[in-house]
Design a protein around this ligand. Structure first.
Ligand code: DX5
Ligand code: ZN
Length: 208
C-alpha cells in the first residue's frame, strides 16, 4: 500500500514536512480549501508554494475548491504527481481533466461520501486516480465513515470491469484501526494519525 501524508492538521508545517522527507512516505497530500466549496480556507498559493523548500517528495494535490480551473495552473508549477478536484463542482469536469493533462500531470477526481459511485462512470476513461473521501471534506482529524468499505468495493469492481488503469486513494480518518477497511485501495491518505505522532515513520509503516 502506498501512503500519502496530509499536513492539514500540522502545527508546524516546515518542521513536519522536513520530518516527512526523512521517511519513506510516497506522496505529500496537499489539501487546498477555498472557503466556498468547504467552509475552511487554506493559505494562498503565494505562501503554499514555499513547501517545495521542505520536501523533495512528489505532491498529491487535493483541491477542495469551487473553481479548480483557477488553481490547476498554479499547482501544476510544483513537483506535482496528481491534481485531484471534486466531481461535485459546477465547473466543466472534462475541461478541468484536460487542463491537468495539458501539464502532463495525472488527473484525479475526488468523490464525497454522499455522491453516488456511478456518477464517476463517464470520466473513468480519462482519469488516473479516484480520491474516495472517507470523511466529508473540510477538516483533518475526523472519524472514518464506515460505509466507505462498501463504496470502495463498488468502485474497485467498476474499475476492474472496465480495465482502467486508475488508482484508488482513500482520504480521511485513516489510521492503524481503519486501515483494514482500505485493503482494496492503492493509496491511503492519512493526516493527523501521522503528524500528531512522535514517530512518523512508525505510523507510515503501520499503514502499508
Ligand atoms: C479532509 C482532507 C483530508 C484530511 C486527512 O478534508 O481532505 O486529506 O486532511 O486528514 P486525517 O487523516 O486527519 O483525516
Ligand atoms: Zn485531502
Amino acid at each position: 500500500m502506498k501512503v500519502s501524508a496530509s499536513f492539514l492538521s500540522s502545527k508546524n508545517i516546515p518542521e513536519d514536512l522536513t520530518k516527512l522527507n526523512d521517511t519513506d512516505v510516497d506522496y505529500i497530500h496537499v489539501d487546498i480549501m477555498d472557503g466556498k466549496f468547504v467552509s475552511n480556507k487554506t493559505m494562498p498559493f503565494q505562501e503554499m508554494k514555499h513547501i517545495y523548500q521542505y520536501t523533495s517528495k512528489r505532491l498529491d494535490v487535493h483541491l477542495m475548491v469551487e473553481n479548480p480551473s483557477k488553481y490547476i495552473p498554479l499547482y501544476a508549477e510544483l513537483n506535482t504527481e496528481f491534481i485531484t478536484f471534486h466531481i461535485e463542482v459546477d465547473e466543466d469536469i472534462m475541461k478541468n481533466i484536460e487542463l491537468i493533462k495539458k501539464y502532463s500531470i495525472k488527473a484525479g477526481l475526488a468523490i464525497n461520501p454522499d455522491t453516488k459511485i456511478h456518477s464517476l462512470i463517464p470520466y473513468l476513461p480519462y482519469i488516473d486516480q479516484v480520491l474516495l473521501m472517507s470523511v466529508f471534506p473540510g477538516e483533518g482529524g475526523q472519524e472514518f465513515i464506515m460505509e466507505t468499505k462498501e463504496r470502495l468495493e463498488e468502485l474497485k469492481s467498476l474499475i476492474l470491469s472496465y480495465h482502467f488503469p486508475i488508482v484508488i486513494n482513500v482520504d480521511g480518518g485513516v489510521n492503524q484501526t481503519t486501515r483494514v477497511f482500505c485493503e482494496k485501495a492503492d493509496i491511503v491518505t492519512s493526516g493527523s494519525y501521522i503528524v500528531k505522532s512522535d514517530n512518523f515513520q512508525e505510523k507510515i509503516t503501520s499503514l502499508r
